[in-house]
Design a protein around this ligand. Sequence first.
Ligand SMILES: Cc1cc2nc3c(=O)[nH]c(=O)nc-3n(C[C@H](O)[C@H](O)[C@H](O)COP(=O)(O)OP(=O)(O)OC[C@H]3O[C@@H](n4cnc5c(N)ncnc54)[C@H](O)[C@@H]3O)c2cc1C
Length: 501
Amino acid sequence: MDMTETRDPAAKQQGGTHFDVLIVGAGISGVGGAYHLTQQCPEKSYVILETQDNFGGTWWTHKYPGIRSDSDLHTFGYRFKPWTTAPIASADEIRKYMGDVIEENGIAEHIRYHHKVMKATWSSAEKQWTLEVLNKTTGDTEVFTGNFLWMCQGYYRHEEGYTPDWPGMADFKGTIVHPQNWPQDLDYTDKRVVVIGSGATAATVIPAMAAKVKSITMLQRSPTFFRVGRNAIPLAEELRTLQVNEEWIHEIVRRKILYEQAIFTKRAATEPEKVKAELLAGVKHHLANDFDIEKHFTPKYRPWSQRIAFIPEGDLFNGVRDGKANVVTDEIERFVENGILLKSGDVLEADIIVTATGFHLCALGDVDFTVDGKHVDFADTVTFRGMMFTGLPNMVWVFGYFRASWTLRTDLVADFVCRLLNHMSARQAKQVEVALRPEDKDMQLLPFFDTDDFNPGYVMRGMHLMPKRGDKPEWAHTQDYWNEKDVFPKIDLDEATFHYG
Ligand SMILES: Cc1cc2nc3c(=O)[nH]c(=O)nc-3n(C[C@H](O)[C@H](O)[C@H](O)COP(=O)(O)OP(=O)(O)OC[C@H]3O[C@@H](n4cnc5c(N)ncnc54)[C@H](O)[C@@H]3O)c2cc1C
């Protein structure tokens, strides 16, 4: 038994491996969940099982040059802990903030690093989850049991990113790197670099590498929308000048950002052409007058049907304008010895190719789930508000927002979980499960995401793994913070959807 185990009094009482709540993942969701548990259910014992050797999740996995948030930290930060510096933050700054939350709330001693959850088994007879967990330090399988399973493992496979299988990759004599597995010793000084992709990662890595490389080219099949602006929030700066305390600033700035985002999101749906023109004007401002913006930075899709990354100070575009970075919009024919042969017939010469081509979406951390002896296929379940799933008792998954900061939902879901746990205690219930009501039986079942509304590549590739959604808001992840912030606190836990045992 390790030291962290003995320090949890409840766990110690119960033999060290049984907890009221098992949290999977020490990213922003798991750490946030632990904080809310500590505050709202202080008597519950819990453990956080984390496969990596440190906390942070996304912000620990990704170590590519320039790694930073693409949304502001007032709303990506928790509602309970003020963010006090520039809104777009580096991974290190985000981890520092998370580290403070961990330290200030005694969360560290609950985290077991190097613990990868492989298998989760629910027993209705015992009314508990049993987790088979690979201890990556010893190679042993450890068993943890718990009353409630809080899946905070994110939405993509951390071990490896998604790289398409292009013809001729083996012929390329240089180095191919995926940003999710960035080699810390990769020396790109004076190298010719091609970055494949047009999303937030490509937009971050290019300006960060530009100063050292011989050349750097963004190779994209099709352009992406970006938002350009100062990495500062004037209102926050003004309030700080007035010596308003940071708690107030955090709350006021969050409200302002969320108010403006609500308007933006609505406008993207109701007047997409105007929004498109505004976004393009922001980009154009940083480019030379004769730059072919139509070809390279004018997407074909409606704004907001894919996530829009914020480009602080327009650094990507300034690099293009100043000749430190190039953009090529074309398709890959094949990799060749010295680079990439394009469909146009051109060859992009490269020493290093960075495949900023996205993730593998994964349902529930690739954990193998069994309920009462039956293997669970998540595609056969229906989601209750993108948190719970039919046929899966005592379990919640935190899946944040794409169009608003992920953490807004982390806080909302955590409130829901804590309320549910307290409600179960009050009812002396050991089991809770969601099930379709009689009036839901003929409900149309749809893919987890509405792909007319939101359709990035990783979503389209991985949709078949995901639970189903119904055509009623209670049976869907609506991706609508502005609605959920009012609805979630009022979810009636005694309503017919919830079955207790
Ligand atoms: C590069 C990048 C930038 C992003 N920027 C933003 C942004 O600016 N704003 C925004 O809102 N969103 C952003 N996102 C989305 C981002 O993933 C979320 O916002 C958020 O960080 C997810 O937090 P999480 O804790 O839910 O999951 P994750 O960060 O994915 O953390 C999950 C943790 O669970 C662990 N885990 C997974 N499976 C298991 C298992 N079986 N057993 C044990 N542990 C397991 C993982 O190791 C990981 O540490 C970004 C994503 C990426 C990849």
